[in-house]
Structures are given as structure tokens and as C-alpha cells.
Design a protein around this ligand. Sequence first.
Ligand code: TYD
Ligand code: ZN
Length: 419
Amino acid sequence: MRTKIRSGSGLDFRRVSRCRVCGTKDLAKVIDLKSTPLANSFLNTPSEKESWFPLEVLYCNGCALLQLSHVVNPNLMFKEYPYRSSSSASMPQHFRELAQLISSEFMASSKQLVVEIGSNDGTLLAALKERGLQVLGIDPAANLARIANERGVETLPQFFDSDMADQIRERRGKAGVIIANNVLAHVDDLHDFMQGATSLLENDGILSVEVPYVGDLNQNVEYDTIYHEHLSYFSVHPISRLFSNFGLRLESVTRLDVHGGSIRVTGRKSRKKDSRIPFMEFEKRCGLNKVETYESLSGRIEYQKEYLKHTLGNLKSKGSMIVGYGAPAKGNTLLNVCEIGPETLDYVIDTTPEKIGKFTPGMHIPIYETERFRKDQPRYCLMLAWNYEKEIVLKERDYTGQFIVPIPSPKVLSQNNRS
Ligand code: TYD
Ligand code: ZN
């Protein structure tokens, strides 16, 4: 079956030959973004060596899952991780709302254990702990697990798998709720993951996963959300198939306005059958289970890239200063795929301490603190963290230049000096 990339194996990547949900070999290449470096591998110096890996997307004719053709060794991506859940105002707010939902609707009793897989810096679990719940976090990034532990959220700095689930069950008992936000797309061996999660779950327990939604990727041409950490691009269909393989029945699907459009899918073992999910019909109507949809997406991506390059090239030829707002992973796909480098963007700014002073992977653009942008007041600013458009526009209401928002279709926002 699958070749497992184990830590220390010396393998940098493996090629996908079977679908990780349904096992079929009937996979069609639909999108080719050529090669890029790893989107979160920021450089200390512009001359540092970096590895580039093919970034191609396959469509599964068996279950409609989109997945990358190359799986990079997770040890190269997740052992040190610069992304912080608390790096924007909207994500902690999102987590506070989820904490409310978990304690009021998911939990049968406050004595139950809540396990979060991919718990990052412990933002969600801290909110749950404040409500008096028992919590345990798991995150392979040692830097993040340390931050979470320091704030009092017990966090194991490891990759979650079925062996680990056995150990947690022996030590802490089963969990009433398991949360996996923005982690399923990162997991290569989904079957082992689901085996672990369902064996750790109480019979009446609930598994809640949040994933970026392929419906939004398709509709808004969010090609920048394609990078090596995101192995899978989910619609509800393959998730329901995966859940049912492990005895979980769908309980709910909710659309969320985070990460450019996501879905939260919950499942329970004790349900007799899936609840009716209108999404499945919606997905059929939108063609999310047809290969042609993604072939056409590939054409729309090409158009979008050219449009952005042309827009920036035009502004630059008039001598305008352009900088980038945010250094998200997705921004690095966009910059590398469109080949936008320091000749176009003087610098990018970011609030994450781990990114400041470094250089973007591939394009080697320097990353500075936000203050620099506020002082320089550049004529144009490419909003690489476009998923926080509202938050950023509000925060930077004194900015006298103009934001360029690259997704869904490049647009220059009107002058920003609102009263
Ligand atoms: P995000 O889009 O959440 O994630 P990904 O890396 O998965 O694409 O990352 C947003 C980045 O933008 C993060 O590095 C923090 C940065 N940021 C700012 O610098 N200032 C801001 O006001 C906001 C909202 C984000
Ligand atoms: Zn499949």
C-alpha cells in the first residue's frame, strides 16, 4: 500500500499513486503550479539553500477528493512552525465562539476530556480550560507546544497517530470531544488518523473537524491555498466516506468564514445514520464531484495569475512603491507561482515574531514589522493575507495608499483615507 515516510528515513517526499480516502488509482492531474519551496520555510538569509517540490493537484475519480501528487516529509514542514493561531484578531474570536459551542452543545458533561489535535499555541484549549473543562493538546511543532504548555495548556509535542491515541487512552481515558481544526488536510495516512481518533472517542463522543472548503477554492480561484502542507482539498463527500469507514455518522456541516472559506464537519459513533446534509446536493449542483470542474479551475488560475502580474507590472512601471501585507503561507504560493519578487515588492510586513527579519521562501523578499509600512505609507499594498481583508482595512484606516486584494480577482481598493 502506501509508503510511510518515517522520521529519519532520509526520504524527502513520496509520489501519490492511490487516493488516501478511497484507495483507487484512478487519479487525474488537474492543476499544475510547477515547483515551489515549502510555504512556511522562511529563510534567515536570502542566499540560504532551499528545496523545491512539484505542486500538482490530482482529482480522484472514486471519491472526488483533490490531493497533491507529491507528499513532502512532514518532518520538513511541521517540526518548527511559524503560524500562530493568535496572530490575528479574528481567529481567537472564532475559537471563543467554538469554545462556547463545544461546552454548550458537544459536551455531555464537564468531566469529559476534550482532545485537540493540531492545537497550535493552545488558543482554543485555553478558552475551554477557562470554562472548567479538562483539556489535552497535541501538536508536533515543539515551539508551539512550548508556548501552549507555558500558558497552562498541557500539550504533547508529537504527531497524532493510532499508537499515540492508545497511549492517551491508557493514561487519560477516552475523550468526549475530539477537535481537529486545519489538520485533516495535513495528514497523509488518513486511515491511521481516523483509527486513532475513533478509538480515543467515547461511544457517544463527537469528532469535529474544520477544513478549508474546496467549494470556496473553486468558486473564488483560491489557488494560493494550494501548498505542500495541504495534502487534501475536501468537499463533504470524501469526508462522509472517510467518517463512515470508521463508524462515524455525519451530524452537521457548517460553513465558516475563516481561511478563505471552510467547513466544520461533526460526526458521532452513536448516530444510526447520517443526518440529512443539504451540502451534498449543493456539491453535485456545483460540479464538485466532476473532473471537468477542476480542469476549468486550472484555466481560471492561469488567467488570474496573468491578470495580477499585469496589474502589478503596470503600477510598478509608473514608479510606484508596492509592499505586501502579511507573509502567510498562501502568500508564498502566490508570489512563487506568479514570480513576484523583490523587483516588484520592496518588502512584506507581518506581525508574527518568528517571521520578522526573515525572507520569504523562493522569492526572498524581506519581512519587516508592520510599523515600517505605517511609516513608509507605500503607494500600493498587496494584501497577501486577503482572508483578513476586513480586519486589515479597519486596522489600517489611516493608510493613505491603496490596497490591492489578489483573490478572488485582483482588485485595487479605493483610497483608504476614510473619515
Ligand atoms: P493565515 O492567512 O492565517 O494563514 P496561512 O499561513 O495558512 O496562509 O496567515 C496570516 C498571516 O498574516 C500571519 O502570518 C499573520 C499575518 N497578519 C499580519 O501580519 N497582520 C494582520 O493584521 C493580520 C490579520 C495577519
Ligand atoms: Zn478517492
